[in-house]
Design a protein around this ligand. Structure first.
Ligand SMILES: *Cc1c(COP(=O)(O)O)cnc(C)c1O
Length: 419
């Protein structure tokens, strides 16, 4: 059945609220490419939104999933526990920044991890308020919609939203007049202190590099100043590393770039090699504050997903994917150096790079971003856009993509940018 026929079936069966970037239906995928049912090969600069960091159907992941599926598929860790769940928590504790005592808990999705980080922070502090930032994206469940900044498409007509969520201004060097990290932090802290009050804040939740909000990289010094404020005020500093974590930005976690040691870290996306798994990892005294039975879920840390995560982490280590992320960064940034006018900024770290498109007066240019993206799709390159203004092209290739596929993709991108 070809993509056109599948699309007709989809229209009659799948809710319209669930969108897709392209109309081609996938047959199979490998390292850096996806082949659709029409036999067309795509170069993958999306990784299923930063998920297939180790590549699609990475050999170790496939073998681990097969072996685990043959042993047992599900017992529920809350009913009858098993080793792989414990082993994933051990890996999280070892890999996340901070040498203090830690614990971890596993969930199914990024949004679920964020919800649980908020639960843990509120329980441990006995405080209600959660501070988030402009352009933030934390998910689509009721609490995480409240935490997410952007109305369309994430929140529109889905309210009312969860209370006690407060939004502070973000450091966005291109769009905040070039405030330094310290200045932007002072601006944010002023809002928090005046509108919320330090002693009411359970958690300050932030993406070290914002994902859906536009790959916004805060000015140097911003994140450490916010973390220091949280510490001084007894609030839990939570880094949402769901998109940035697990080698994506050239380090195991983006927080490491400025030496941050978040109290809690949420992870998902890249950690499972394509299977749904997520986690909250952090200070033992916070994680263990919650009563037994207070955290969990039927599927959280499913054994097949745990086996996949262990294999994915092993693959990241074996192939030194942090180094590969830096190789990809150098190649993408090098190619975009002569991409022509209309790009205000190329930013990001590792294999998480964005180009922000603007009109001649500096105003956001979502129309051109959409047109370039469409031209890329027509030429067989799978790219995504993002940003509060929808004017940011973002590149998230699998970290195992070959130089050859990367260059073929970049050639398509440059052609699309020049026309
Ligand atoms: C994707 C994402 C989420 C939500 O994860 P889901 O698995 O889609 O629920 C939360 N935070 C960040 C930073 C993300 O990129």
């Amino acid at each position: 059945m070809n993509s056109g026929e599948l699309h007709q079936r989809r229209l009659a069966a799948v809710a319209k609220g669930v969108g897709s970037v392209v109309d081609s239906y996938v047959d199979h995928a490998a390292g850096g490419t996806i082949t659709d049912v029409d036999g067309r090969e795509w170069i993958d600069f999306a990784s299923g939104i930063a998920v297939t960091t180790v590549g699609n159907s990475a050999p170790k992941v496939v073998e681990a999933v097969r072996a685990q599926a043959e042993r047992f598929t599900h017992t529920c860790f809350m009913v009858a526990p098993y080793e792989s769940y414990v082993a994933v928590c051990e890996q999280l504790i070892a890999l996340t920044p901070g040498t203090f005592a830690k614990r971890a808990a596993l969930f199914n999705s990024g949004a679920e991890a964020v919800e649980n980080a908020v639960k843990i922070a509120r329980h441990a502090t006995g405080r209600p308020a959660v501070v988030v930032f402009d352009h933030a994206y934390h998910g689509r469940t009721n609490l995480t919609m409240a935490l997410t900044a952007k109305n369309m498409p994430y929140k529109h007509r889905f309210g009312p939203f969860a209370p006690e969520v407060y939004r502070a201004p973000m450091s966005y060097p291109l769009r905040d007049g070039g405030l330094s990290g310290a200045e932007a932090a002072r601006r944010a802290i002023d809002v928090i202190e005046k509108q919320v009050g330090g002693s009411n804040v359970a958690a300050v939740l932030i993406e070290p590099i914002q994902g859906e909000g536009g790959f916004v990289v805060p000015a140097q010094g911003f994140l450490p100043a916010i973390a220091a404020w949280a510490k001084a005020n007894g609030a839990v500093f939570v880094a949402d590393e769901i998109q940035t974590g697990f080698a994506r930005t050239g380090r195991w976690f983006a927080s490491e770039d400025e030496g941050l040691e978040p109290d809690l870290i949420t992870t998902a996306k890249g950690m499972g090699g394509g299977l749904p798994i997520a986690a909250v990892t952090g200070r033992a005294e916070l994680m263990d504050a919650v009563h037994a039975g207070g955290l969990g879920g039927t599927y959280g840390g499913n054994p097949i997903a745990c086996a996949a995560a262990l294999a994915a982490i092993e693959t990241m280590r074996e192939l030194d994917l942090c180094r590969e992320a830096l190789r990809i960064e150098a190649r993408i940034k090098g190619a975009l150096r002569d991409a022509g006018p209309g790009i205000a900024e190329v930013r990001g770290r590792g294999a998480m790079i964005a180009a922000e498109m603007v009109l001649t007066d500096g105003e956001p240019d979502p129309t051109r971003a959409a047109a370039v993206s469409k031209a890329c799709h027509d030429a067989g390159l799978l790219t995504l856009t993002c940003g509060t203004y929808g004017n940011v092209l973002r590149f998230l290739p699998p970290l195992v993509i070959s130089d050859e596929d990367l260059d073929r993709g970049l050639a398509i991108l440059l052609r699309a940018l020049r026309t």
